[in-house]
Design a protein around this ligand. Structure first.
Ligand code: ADP
Ligand code: MG
Length: 320
């Protein structure tokens, strides 16, 4: 069980002035700017839940993950993961979590991946049987047999991230934090990453907290979505509720002969001589009837809303 109660975090950033004179004076009299990264965040996550933690860049997602994994200490508020304070009981806490930052590897750059795994086995005091069983399982699922004999610096991004995820899972953590694990990955690696996350959740009941900008990750992996913007939680609930509330407006692409006129039944998003992109404001049949009053439809395609659009609508609604 993960609990956050009124967590706030402010970064103090030195203000840099242009020009030598100001630089010298600011060296003696430093000025600071305060960045309020998190503002009174509260939430509960149950064991075995898979949560998507989403929001635009700079919203505070990574700061939250760092606080949850014990890397940063909040200015205010209380964090507990299975009763432990992640920062103050860091050693014990490290045993129960796995963390993956998509942008940065936790593995030893020059070592073959397998050697890094051996080191982690010692650090986490994993028994031989457990180590071999889990490593074997992940290597097979992720198709890593050849890859783990190579040093990290020789791996492609997709291979590297897959190896990092395995590293975070070897000690069978109760909670897995993934901060943008699929960023920059090719479609194949993304799919593999999603499969493995779902697999460990099913098999080991691992709690998963995932930050991502990839809406397919959200659609395929999580059932609960937490939206954060400007350091505050704006939405916390089921993905399908979100889609129902923010994804109802469908769009159509029409090509036509004649004149496209404005009508309350639809909004013209884009248009040119003989085609247009329309947003349906009522129902499709009515839109077609209205269109046919001034033009002849040659072709019509209904575009289903993607989760991307849903999230964009949400961002708009909450001005984030
Ligand atoms: P996200 O992961 O959602 O993109 P972050 O948690 O990284 O957001 O950042 C939240 C805010 O805090 C941003 O305005 C960011 O610029 C700022 N920030 C993050 N880390 C630091 C830091 N180490 N020093 C100063 N400001 C930071
Ligand atoms: Mg981030």
């Amino acid at each position: 069980m993960i609990t956050l109660e009124n967590i706030s975090k402010t970064y103090r950033v030195p203000v840099r002035n242009a020009g030598v004179k100001q630089a010298i004076s600011s060296f003696f009299k430093r000025e600071y700017r305060h960045v309020h990264a998190l503002n009174q965040i509260s939430l509960n996550i149950q064991d075995g839940e898979m949560v998507g933690y989403i929001g635009p860049n700079g919203a505070g997602k990574s700061t939250t993950i760092k606080i949850l994994s014990g890397i940063l200490y909040p200015d205010q508020g209380k964090v507990r993961i299975n009763g432990l304070d992640p920062f103050k009981e860091r050693k014990k806490h490290a045993q129960q979590i796995g963390v993956v930052f998509g942008q940065r590897s936790q593995l030893w750059w020059d070592l073959p991946v397998g050697d890094s795994y051996e080191l982690l086995k010692d650090i986490y005091k994993i028994s031989n049987e457990e180590y071999e069983e889990r490593l074997g399982e992940f290597v097979e699922l992720f198709e890593l047999t050849d890859i783990i004999q190579r040093p990290v610096r020789q791996l492609s991004l997709g291979q590297r991230v897959r190896c990092d995820i395995v590293a975070a899972l070897l000690h069978n953590p109760k909670v897995l934090f993934l901060d943008e694990p699929t960023i920059g990955l090719d479609a194949y690696s993304k799919q593999k990453v999603r499969e493995l996350i779902k697999h460990v959740n099913r098999k080991y009941h691992t709690t998963v907290i995932l930050t991502t900008h990839d809406m397919q990750d959200i659609e395929q992996i999580v059932s609960r979505v937490i939206l954060i913007g400007h350091g505050e939680i704006l939405y916390d609930g089921k993905l399908n509720e979100l889609v129902k509330n923010y994804g109802t407006k469908k769009q159509i692409k029409v090509s036509f002969k004649g004149e496209l006129k404005e009508n309350p039944a639809y909004t013209i998003l884009e248009s040119n001589q003989d085609s247009a992109l329309l947003q349906i404001e009522t129902d499709l049949a009515l839109v077609i009837t209205k269109l046919q009053q001034s033009l002849r439809i040659n072709q019509l395609e209904v575009l289903n809303m993607t989760i991307d659009d849903v999230i964009l609508n949400l961002y708009k609604e909450y001005h984030v």
